[in-house]
Design a protein around this ligand. Structure first.
Ligand code: HEC
Ligand SMILES: [Cu+2]
Length: 279
């Protein structure tokens, strides 16, 4: 505060210089903003654009929500955000029109397929908010609910460090695979109990020979991988080719190379283990 007591022009010039340096460093690095926050920078920091906005992707789908944390390579079914941090949600639908509605956070946004909708908010208190779909989107519409959890920065950091799912890491591979089967909405079209839905059941699938339109399909690991990444390559008889490709979504290590992903993050491997377990 030395320069504030200094009333001559030299002091004023120094104050201005400090001000400018701080503004620059605020823009460049938030760490420096903390250092100079004691002086004038506090004001300039709040005037500066919110450089640390957390950008997340929201995927709406019949009939659930998933949230992608691009910087942290995480896909979650619960939206977890740190308190007091500006958040930008880029929202898309992969099928029909939905509506993102979290009244206690003041958020209400239509999500139209083919359009990206951006919602911005900053929660100022720790707590849990209900998220529902406010657009009648078909049979499972009422179940299209999730939670938005506002947590402290420390809780957020440990949630991120455990890949968004501290419980998952401890589970056997097949259970981890079931998690992804639900997370990616495979369960909307496939079953684990023998019931045929939009697609064939997974029960007893592994090791069997399916009848594909171009001849018999032996259900091996490679075939499952292909079915997930390029579903139209071989189509099972009696079913419409309605399955979307998951190539860009289901994370996987190269089939024969060393795994660069932690075991619980090699989602493809986990899904295959899950299918194998459904004898
Ligand atoms: C929108 C519905 C739909 C979703 C979602 C879906 N599938 Fe499918 N799937 C199908 C249909 C229909 C077929 C059969 C036609 C074909 O082979 O493309 C199929 C076929 C398959 C097959 C081959 C089955 C066989 O009998 O040979 C596998 C394996 C498979 N899906 C895995 C998955 C996995 C894993 C997911 C999630 C990551 C998933 N599917 C999500 C509709 C879906
Ligand atoms: Cu909906």
């Amino acid at each position: 505060m030395r320069h504030l007591r200094d009333s001559n022009t030299k002091g004023a010039a120094r104050l201005e210089a400090t001000f400018r340096t701080c503004t620059q460093s605020v823009r460049r690095q938030s760490l420096l903003a903390v250092v100079c926050a004691v002086g004038v920078c506090l004001q300039t920091a709040s005037a500066a654009p919110p450089s640390s906005t957390l950008e997340l992707l929201v995927t709406a789908r019949q009939w659930d929500w998933s949230f992608t944390y691009p910087d942290d390579d995480i896909v979650s079914q619960t939206l977890v955000v740190p308190v007091n941090r500006p958040v930008a949600l880029k929202m898309t639908s992969i099928d029909v029109q939905h509506a993102f509605s979290a009244p206690t956070l003041g958020l209400e946004h239509d999500i139209i397929p083919g359009h990206e909708q951006i919602a911005r908010f900053r929660a100022t208190e720790v707590g849990t908010h209900k998220l529902v779909c406010a657009k009648d989107c078909g049979r499972g519409h009422a179940g299209m609910v999730s939670d938005i959890k506002v947590v402290t920065q420390a809780d957020y950091d440990s949630w991120i460090a455990t890949g968004g799912n501290p419980e998952l890491v401890k589970k056997p591979m097949a259970e981890i695979g079931r998690h992804y089967y639900q997370l990616y909405g495979c369960s909307a079209c496939h079953s684990e109990d023998g019931t045929a839905r939009v697609g064939p059941t997974f029960k007893g699938l592994y090791g069997s020979t399916a009848e594909c339109t171009d001849g018999p399909c032996e259900v091996t690991e490679d075939y499952i991988r292909e079915s997930i990444e390029d579903p139209s390559a071989r189509v099972v008889k009696g079913f419409a080719p309605q399955m979307p490709s998951y190539k860009a979504r289901v994370k996987t290590a190269p089939p024969n190379g060393p795994s660069v992903l932690r075991p619980e993050r090699d989602e493809m491997k986990a899904i295959i283990a899950f299918l194998k377990s459904l004898r």
